[in-house]
Design a protein around this ligand. Structure first.
Ligand code: UD1
Ligand code: CA
Length: 454
């Protein structure tokens, strides 16, 4: 633990330019709320405390974030300086405080460690140099170095030409914090208590402000609107794709890959374009994921081929299985090895044994299927009477004829066969052919309806 480090995360703003019911810091990057990214990075620095200043949508923010942080409520958003002041009562008089922002999600621990190192016991300020600095606070320097920050709305034409900007991220010595924050005035263009004014106060107290320029702009980029949200998402996703490729994963196009969770993988896994991975997914070796598949919380064994447009959620697939195209594996599907699931097949809450096949247009729910069985095209386990769910048990080496309706609860014995189009309402004995359908009749001299000819 870093006993002298305290972190305050500002997250009280509304995010007017998001035009959303959701507080800004709950919008997501990579499937995680913006502020969650900031909290995770803050936690990785092992500080003595983390305070998150909330205001707009505070109940929603608290409900969505499960992390162990202290919440500080800022009822009125009177400015960034006022926001830090709200956290002051919980800060000790010694040590240092790092200020982070709930809408700046991609800052990495490395950058923050360097800033802390450079600041020492004085002030550290993370800056950036932008071609278009519009809207941001400008860094004012004199012969001694950084001496002030001026907000765009308060800047002269000359100051507006400065391209070095305030990212907002800074580290301050607690010994001076209370005095500086209580000195802040709101006599500026926005009528706010600017945290940025502490820079000039620090310099006036003879303290050096150590500026550090961020190595890549996205590390300090704030999100104010949906355009920036999408831009940061792409940067985040490309970084994840790069890390996976570096670890041996083949990506047909790293620009068309989305990971919103965690992915662990063996050797020689391949992702075709447009795959979305959510939750915690685990892949063995040689797993091929076809174009436009969605995987959510799945474990897939080595050698599996998932053909395009398949959707797998909360399920487990053994080795060498072939799934899809257009397959849907729903929660609690447990597939063995060498299982084939074909197009327009839905499997839910079902165990399927090694070598069994369900290849076409079928619904299997609340069932168990043994090994080496084949379910014919268009078959359905009728598992639901509108109130209760019932189980279908299918043995080993079973042949279910095409279009068989298995009205659960029903058991089909090993090596049983059902006739095509059967409605199975009673158990089928092992080894026998069971047919449950009206016998075919042909009607002679039947009169087909004809249109009137006028
Ligand atoms: C701030 C900086 C500016 C910097 C820019 C970087 C100030 C005065 N200006 O400007 O120099 O270039 O960030 O993005 O600090 N917040 C609160 N409570 C408040 C006000 C703000 O929690 O009362 C939070 C917001 O939710 C937001 C962050 O602080 O996450 C920044 O506030 P914002 O109003 O967006 O500041 P900027 O005008 O962007
Ligand atoms: Ca901002």
């Amino acid at each position: 633990m870093n006993a002298s480090l305290h972190i305050v995360i500002l997250a009280a703003g509304k995010g007017t330019r998001m035009y959303s019911k959701l507080p800004k810091v709950l919008h997501q990057i990579g499937g995680l709320p913006l502020v969650q990214h900031v909290i995770n990075t803050a936690q990785s620095l092992e500080p003595a405390s983390i305070q998150v200043v909330i205001g707009h949508g505070k109940e929603q923010v608290q409900a969505q974030i499960q992390s162990n942080v202290s919440w500080v409520v800022q009822d009125q958003q009177l400015g960034t300086g006022h926001a830090v002041k709200c956290a002051l009562p919980n800060l000790p008089k010694d040590g240092k405080t790092l200020i982070l922002y709930g809408d700046v999600p991609l800052t990495d621990a490395e950058t923050l460690q360097q800033l802390l190192l450079q600041a020492g016991n004085e002030v550290g300020l993370l800056t950036d140099i932008l071609d278009n600095p519009q809207g941001l606070g400008r860094i004012i320097r004199n012969e001694q170095g950084i001496c002030a920050i001026v907000e765009e709305k308060d800047a002269t034409a000359e100051q507006k030409a400065i391209r070095e900007i305030n990212t907002g991220i800074l580290v301050l010595p607690n010994s001076h914090l209370e005095q500086w924050l209580s000195t802040l005035q709101n006599s500026n263009a926005q009528g706010e208590y600017y945290l940025t004014d502490v820079i000039a106060l620090a310099v006036a107290d003879g303290m050096t402000v150590h500026g550090m320029t961020v190595r890549e702009s996205h590390l300090a980029a704030g999100i104010n609107n949906k355009l920036q949200l999408a831009q940061i998402e792409r940067i985040y996703q490309l970084n994840q794709a790069r890390a996976l490729m570096t670890a041996g994963v083949t990506m047909r196009d790293p620009n068309r890959f989305d990971l919103r969770g965690s992915l662990s993988h063996g050797q020689d896994c391949v992702f075709d374009v447009g795959v979305v991975v959510e939750g915690a997914c685990v892949l063995g070796d040689d797993v091929h994921i076809g174009a436009h598949c969605v995987l959510n919380n799945v474990t897939i064994g080595s050698g599996c081929q998932i053909a395009p447009f398949s959707h797998l959620s909360d399920c487990v697939v053994g080795t060498d299985a072939r799934i899809g195209p257009f397959a849907r594996l729903r929660p609690n599907a447990h597939l063995g090895n060498d299982v084939h699931i074909g197009n327009f097949v839905e499997v839910k809450n079902t165990t399927i044994g090694n070598g069994s096949k369900v290849n076409h247009l079928t619904y299997i729910g609340d069932a168990s299927i043994g090994t080496e069985s084949n379910i014919g095209a268009g078959s359905i386990t009728c598992n639901y009477d509108g109130v209760n769910k019932f189980k279908t048990v299918i043995g080993d080496h079973v042949r279910i004829g095409s279009g068989t309706m298995m009205v659960a609860p029903v058991t089909i014995g090993d090596k049983a066969t059902t006739g095509a189009g059967s409605v199975i309402t009673k158990d089928c004995p092992a080894g026998q052919l069971t047919i449950g359908r009206a016998r075919q009749v042909s009607i002679d001299k039947w009169q087909r309806p004809e249109k009137d000819s006028k």
